[in-house]
Design a protein around this ligand. Sequence first.
Ligand SMILES: Cc1ncc(COP(=O)(O)O)c(C=O)c1O
Length: 402
Amino acid sequence: MSLNAVELFSERALGFKQSAIREQLKIIDSPEIISLAGGFPDDRFWPIDRVIEASTFALREYGKKALQYGSTEGIKKLRVLLMDRMEKEGVNSIDLDNVIISTASQQGLSLLAQVFVNPGDTVIVEEPSYIGALQAFTSMQAVFCTVPVDKDGMQMDALEDRLKELQKAHIRPKFVYTVPNFQNPVGVTMTLERRKKLIELAHTYDLLIVEDDPYGEVRFEGEPIPSLLALGGKDRVIALRTFSKISFPGLRLGWIVAREDIMDKIILGKQAADLCSSAMIQYIAYEFVSRGWMDDYINVVRREYPKKKNAMIAALEQYFPVGSSWTDPQGGLFVWVKVPEHIDTTAMFHEAISAKVAYVVGSAFYPRRDDNCHMRLNFSAVDPEHITEGVHRLGDLLKSKI
Ligand SMILES: Cc1ncc(COP(=O)(O)O)c(C=O)c1O
């Protein structure tokens, strides 16, 4: 008799959802397809020689410590460096106990789900929202209360309405999850006014905010806006940061900022998950950041990505049918496109693959998967000529449906 694992899976595991993006990435892993789908940085700009130098130095300098188990909180000198970096951005309510290293932001999301979410608990999310966060919260059986996003980020009047409804129903949301800068997938940034309103609502309704900000430093136009953490302080805001877009996702390194009582639980959760993030990678990251090489790299990204974004916007203007619209982000990696209403972007995906171009279907970013007229296009990973060609192919396909 063969073992039927389904009888053994937890209810939680039975509810796990596939990430539409990961599934799609498997299909599009072919060199002829122009992929505007993933969220990858452009590896052609990576200073590999510097990474080799930082790695060699880290192993020589910290050798045995680098290869040993580290503390769950992370290497102290890296945490100090990151704390100082955040202080320069106006975050001054934190000290070392409030900062730990994580195995990138995705682990931060997963730990927060573990720390806060019981089955059936309500979590407030933007709609559309980052798919990996939806996955992490779903894995702990969260129920989503959604708040729409427009060109200025999460809509605060809609949030307030939702909060009133929840209060009436005696439901206490566990937290509000937001990606305030160059949101994934929409690419929009929450205005200062809305950030202040969110902090005000957090006080009025006694809320915790989770600020996930992988893209804030990938700003290539306009002025930076203070973070929710800087505005609201650690009492109400947990911040997730990552090295993935400001250096290399392969490091799998990020950091979490939270107040002490919450951090204690996060640390216990992390101990159970992986004991610690790789000490060796943390030392390499320390060398890379402290030598100013990460800032050099960020400057390259800020110089090069707008060329790609501009190529994408120009191609959308030239090739997409009347009735389409899109966001024009000042940073980050994504443009969010609305196609004419009667066209179904989910149904069109396989035709796009046949036309040798890929995008991520908009429905993937909606908890109820009930949107079919959007697509997320990535501009960071592809060069401008291929962006133009990819958008041209998509535009032709869309026009053939009108
Ligand atoms: C909003 C957001 N949060 C978190 C992540 C996870 O990134 P990582 O685990 O590489 O830090 C991503 C990745 O694209 C993201 O877009």
